[in-house]
Design a protein around this ligand. Sequence first.
Ligand SMILES: [Fe+2]
Length: 295
Amino acid sequence: MALSIGPADPARPDFVGEVTGIDLRREITAGEAAAIEDGMDRYAVLVFRGQPIDDAQQIAFTRHFGPLEMATGDIARADQRRLAMEVNDISNLERDGTVLARDDRRRLFALGNMLWHSDSSFKPTPAKYSLLSARVIPGSGGNTEFADMRAAWDALDAEMQAMVRDLVCEHTQIHSRGTLGFTEFTDEERARWAPVPQRLVRRHPRTGRLSLFLSAHAGGIRGWPRPEALMLLRDLTEHATQRRFVHAHVWRPHDLVMWDNRVTMHRARRAPPDQVRDLHRTTVADSAPTLEQAA
Ligand SMILES: [Fe+2]
């Protein structure tokens, strides 16, 4: 069966596509990779159902879209990691497969994934694509929601667009976790996750469309008093995450969902803390810091 991409969400037909006619366990062709990248440009989120892949297959597929990002945003110590550095561990598991204790520092840090964000916006060069593969999902809850930052930009009035068009934000994981009361970082972590600048409005390099580049990691705007910056970012986030811009993905085992972090935000939703939720994320790095990209 040939690769085909069509709308996955009738309510958001220009935002989420479903890809059929491809087996991600085998090496894909250059033509298939190009069709998927075209699909990413047209939608922004692509869903692949029924893909029982392992990490090596996920990494091989991811490499078609650019250089892999390493999981350096993770708070787990090296001796606590379950997965290779090419794979972000989006689970609630110890190395031995047991569920993390409710007060475990890694679990509390990971609760930050429930805030609207764009992956790795706290890195100098943030993420292009994220690819999330569902290995074990809980019996209830644990959806991932996506918000369309192109549509959110388009819906701003001209006055607001002019105000935010050239703003530069400072992004750090220290800020996003701080909003949840997680403030106990080591000096090493504070140094590793020092704020990085990101444009608030970006232009997609292939489609030319503008979009808001928001994230829970954004904790300031250059040249603005901090409370005023945080208030604007809160207002914009509230605007951009109205239900009309949002799609909720309900996970099935072996789903793979791929999204463009340049034009979306996403967040995890609550799941029962005592049930296993094990997803593996590979990430494609963007080509350059946002300030170096075409405005
Ligand atoms: Fe994320």
